[in-house]
Design a protein around this ligand. Structure first.
Ligand code: AMP
Ligand code: MG
Length: 427
């Protein structure tokens, strides 16, 4: 156990990820596959589109039949005879000959003889199944070629791909009613502390409401998991051992509180007594310093600090990448962006500090548009509201004494930060 080494956040993440293995594969229906991770390579089972098809509602024709010059320069419009009506899903019956065309719908196969489509807006219908066209088009105009979107046999998705809303229709197109995905980790959450008051217990002015269980629950739920709340264990080695034993039946056990140096902090020694192999305790970060990590043959155990913000920040840095690895995700870490500090931030050097910030679009130091980061206010590790308001965690490097206003820093984006008040583009 690396208690003495000054462990950086990244070094701690490396120790955890070395021990977080991707879980076995299971099959799920496409209807419930959103958010899961593909455990198989997916190939197209047909050409898409299945034939050369029209990209527009219009007329399929021979481009050589159209006037070569534009209307303005005086060429006479072409008048073509409509020989057929082709809808998507139809098979054309006739070949388009010189002077002929076929009415065609978006997605319908282009008939033999035709080499282009002209959209209906560029035509004028005449009597007796004839149409006037005053514009020339090149061969291939508004035709989507067979196999242009995907070719039969082509790999369209690789194992490790997260099943997003963009991936689901690809799976439907290749007729995957069931997909192989990685099993989701089963997560248990235990709060510890004599001072804690459960959500269902009567109000006691001397107690501290248990919020950590629900914070961790929500953080796991946001990853698509269904964590189990084990309740609150008192600061008593025996009671704690009972709860921890139950927790060790899960893939991941999250314990909050009791991981520090207080005389009533029994979590780490009790875990060790239960056979958990402890790999580290304490990481050079703020908030979150007294975090510990251990494993059994079947479980990962995170002993998270009791302070509400510390517990959540440790989840972000340590639990989240482990869970994503177990779920088969290739992308393990939160997206970061570079933001400009709207004000100075001071820290005590020696530990990487994570400042809860709100992000806004505004003028950066050189006047161009940038993300501006503003602290949510009180940065105490007990200031729960700072997490409720934050768009992200701004990273102040351990070696610095802080950052000046106008300096650029990395911000880890938290859930909810993908959305903003107004559409963020010009048109
Ligand atoms: P500990 O790590 O057990 O020393 O706890 C540090 C601080 O976090 C104490 O002020 C606790 O009251 C608080 N705390 C511990 N567990 C929880 C919890 N489940 N919910 C809210 N606050 C907690
Ligand atoms: Mg405690």
């Amino acid at each position: 156990m690396s208690e003495s080494a000054n462990l950086s956040v990244k070094a701690a993440q490396a120790i955890i990820l070395q021990r977080a293995a991707t879980l076995p594969v299971e099959s799920v229906d496409l209807e419930s596959a959103l958010g899961r991770v593909l455990a198989e390579e997916i190939r197209a089972n047909r050409d898409q589109p299945p034939a050369d098809v029209s990209a527009m509602d219009g007329f399929a024709l021979r481009s050589a039949d159209l006037p070569r010059q534009s209307k303005q320069s005086g060429a006479a419009p072409a008048v073509l005879t409509i020989i057929e009506d082709i809808r998507a899903g139809d098979r054309p019956a006739r070949t388009v000959m010189a002077g002929q065309c076929a009415r065609i719908m978006t997605g319908a196969p282009v008939p033999a003889g035709a080499d282009a489509v002209i959209r209906v807006e560029d035509t004028r219908l005449l009597a007796e199944a004839r149409v006037e066209i005053s514009r020339a088009v090149d061969p291939g105009n508004d035709i989507r070629l067979r196999g242009e979107a995907m070719r039969s046999g082509q790999v369209v998705l690789t194992a490790g791909t997260e099943i997003t809303a963009g991936v689901i229709p690809v799976l439907a197109t290749v007729k995957c009613a069931q997909v192989k995905v990685y099993r989701r980790p089963r997560v248990a959450i235990l709060a510890t502390g004599n001072e804690l008051e459960g959500l269902d217990e009567p109000f006691d002015p001397d107690k501290i409401p248990n919020s950590n269980s629900y914070a961790l629950m929500a953080q796991a739920q946001a990853l698509g998991l269904a964590p189990v709340l084990l309740g609150i264990a008192r600061d008593d080695a025996q009671e704690l051992a009972q709860y921890l034993r139950r927790g060790l039946a899960y893939d991941v056990l999250l314990v909050s509180g009791g991981s520090s140096v207080g005389v009533h902090d029994h979590v780490r020694p009790t875990l060790a007594e239960l056979g958990v192999n402890m790999h580290f305790w304490r990481v050079e970060m703020r908030p979150g310093h007294p975090v510990a990590f251990g494993t059994t043959a079947d479980s990962l155990v995170f002993a998270l600090p009791g302070n509400p913000v510390s517990s959540m920040v440790c989840f972000e840095h340590f639990v989240l990448p482990a869970l994503r690895r177990m779920m088969g995700n290739r992308r393990l870490f939160r997206r970061t962006l570079a933001a400009t500090l709207a004000h100075p931030v001071k820290i005590r050097p020696g530990r990487t500090e994570f400042v809860r910030v709100v992000l806004k679009r505004g003028a950066g130091p050189d006047g161009s548009l940038a993300w501006l980061a503003t602290s949510t206010g009180n940065q105490s590790s007990g200031a729960l509201l700072s997490m409720a308001q934050a768009d992200g965690l701004l990273v102040v490097p351990a070696a610095s004494a802080g950052l000046a206003a106008g300096q650029t820093a990395s911000v880890l984006l938290l859930d909810g930060s993908a959305f903003q008040d107004e559409a963020g583009f010009e048109e």
